[in-house]
Design a protein around this ligand. Structure first.
Ligand SMILES: [Zn+2]
Length: 50
């Protein structure tokens, strides 16, 4: 099962809509500066991945 998780950690496609995920940085709030993956079709699709 561990190898399966490794594959998922490198996923760059949104599992909800199939669009690419883009790396973004939190610009406000308590987590400012943290990087996360957000769906490129935001705000249509609000999927995010930490
Ligand atoms: Zn999406």
């Amino acid at each position: 099962m561990r190898s399966l998780q490794d594959r998922h950690s490198s996923v760059t496609v949104c599992p909800r809509c199939g669009a690419n995920l883009a790396e973004r940085t939190v610009k406000q709030g308590p987590r400012t500066g943290n990087k996360f993956l957000g769906c490129s079709s935001y705000p249509k699709c609000r999927f995010t991945l930490n």
